[in-house]
Design a protein around this ligand. Structure first.
Ligand code: AMP
Length: 284
C-alpha cells in the first residue's frame, strides 16, 4: 500500500492513474477502522481499479473539544486492516497540510434545512467543518467515486449536495450500515464504551427495529406515537441521555405525520451513554 502525505503527491498520483484509464474509488475516514469502514473499501475495490482511503481526524468538525481529545487513534492496526483489505493508497495528511491558513472556517456552504436539523441542531458547526474537509479531500484526491456510510445519514445527504453545488464530477455511493452481532451499529467510538454501557447501547438498534416493525404493520399510524414510544423505551434505561428520536422523510429530512404506503421514511436516533455519543438510523 502506497502512503502519501501531501495534497500534491496524492493529486499527481491519481491524475497519473486516471490518464492510464484507471477508475479510482475514495473512502474518507477518521481512522480507528472497523468492519464498517472496511466494507466501504471492499465495495470500492469491486467497483474501481484502485481504492484510496484517507485517515484524517478533522479538528474543525468536533463541536465538543473533549470528543476530539478522546477520539481513538490506532494507526498501526488501521494500516494492517487496510493492507488486508487490499486498499491501494492511504492518504495520511497532517492538520497543517489540510489547513495551511489555520483552522478558522472558510465561508460555510448553506445546505438549508437538512444541515440545521437533528445533528445540525445538536452539534452546531459540525457540518460546516465536515463539508469543508470533504471538499478539500475531494479536490485533493479527485476520485471517480466516493464511498460513504448510511450510518452517518445526514452527512451522506450533505455530501451529495456538496458535490452538486460544487459541480464536482464524482459519483457518491452510500453503503449499508455494518452492525455487531447483537445489532449495535459499528462505530469508532464504541471502543470507549465500558462493559455496562456496551450492553445497554444495543437498545438503540432494538428500538429502531421495533419502530420499523410497527411502521410496516400500521398504515396510518401517527409518527408522533412511534417516536414517543421509542423515546420512552430508551429513556427507561437510566444510562441513556437521549438527544433525539425522529422519523423523517428519507429524502428531505422534513417531519412527516403519518405512515403511508408511499412514505419513504427514515428513523434516526442520537443518544449519549457513559460519556459517548452514539448515532444510528434505519429506513422504514
Ligand atoms: P468515520 O471514520 O467515522 O468518519 O467514518 C468514515 C466513513 O465510514 C463514513 O462514511 C461513515 O459513514 C462510514 N461508516 C462508519 N461506521 C459505519 C458502519 N457501521 N457501517 C458502514 N459505514 C460506516
Amino acid at each position: 500500500m502506497l502512503i502519501l502525505k501531501t495534497i500534491k503527491d496524492i493529486n499527481n498520483q491519481v491524475v497519473e492513474l486516471k490518464e492510464m484509464g484507471k477508475k479510482v474509488g475514495f473512502v474518507p475516514t477518521m481512522g480507528a477502522l472497523h468492519e464498517g469502514h472496511i466494507s466501504l473499501i471492499r465495495l470500492s475495490n469491486r467497483e474501481n481499479d484502485l481504492t484510496v482511503c484517507s485517515i484524517f481526524v478533522n479538528p474543525t468538525q468536533f463541536n465538543d473539544p473533549k470528543d476530539f481529545e478522546k477520539y481513538p487513534i490506532t494507526l498501526e492496526s488501521d494500516m494492517q486492516k487496510l493492507i488486508a483489505a487490499k486498499c491501494d493508497i492511504l492518504f495520511l495528511p497532517t492538520v497543517a497540510e489540510m489547513y495551511p491558513k489555520g483552522l478558522k472556517n472558510s465561508e460555510p456552504i448553506d445546505f438549508g434545512y437538512i444541515a440545521g436539523t437533528l445533528e445540525g441542531e445538536f452539534r452546531p458547526g459540525h457540518f460546516d467543518g465536515m463539508a469543508q474537509i470533504v471538499e478539500k479531500l475531494l479536490r485533493a484526491v479527485a476520485p471517480h467515486r466516493l464511498y460513504m456510510g448510511q450510518k452517518d445519514y445526514q452527512q451522506a445527504m450533505i455530501c451529495t449536495r456538496l458535490i452538486k453545488k460544487r459541480n464536482l464530477k464524482i459519483k457518491i455511493v452510500v453503503c449499508p450500515i455494518k452492525r455487531e452481532k447483537d445489532g449495535l451499529a459499528m462505530s469508532s467510538r464504541n471502543v470507549r464504551l465500558d462493559a455496562r454501557s456496551r450492553k445497554v447501547a444495543v437498545e438503540i438498534s432494538k428500538v429502531l427495529k421495533s419502530m420499523k416493525g410497527r411502521a410496516a404493520r400500521g398504515e396510518g399510524q401517527l409518527i408522533a406515537d412511534l417516536e414517543q414510544a421509542a423515546f420512552e423505551k430508551l429513556s427507561s434505561f437510566s444510562e441513556f441521555k437521549v438527544e433525539y428520536v425522529a422519523i423523517r422523510d428519507a429524502k428531505t429530512l422534513k417531519p412527516i405525520k403519518k405512515i403511508s404506503a408511499t412514505t419513504h421514511a427514515v428513523a434516526l436516533i442520537a443518544a449519549r451513554i457513559g460519556g459517548v455519543r452514539l448515532i444510528d438510523n434505519m429506513l422504514l
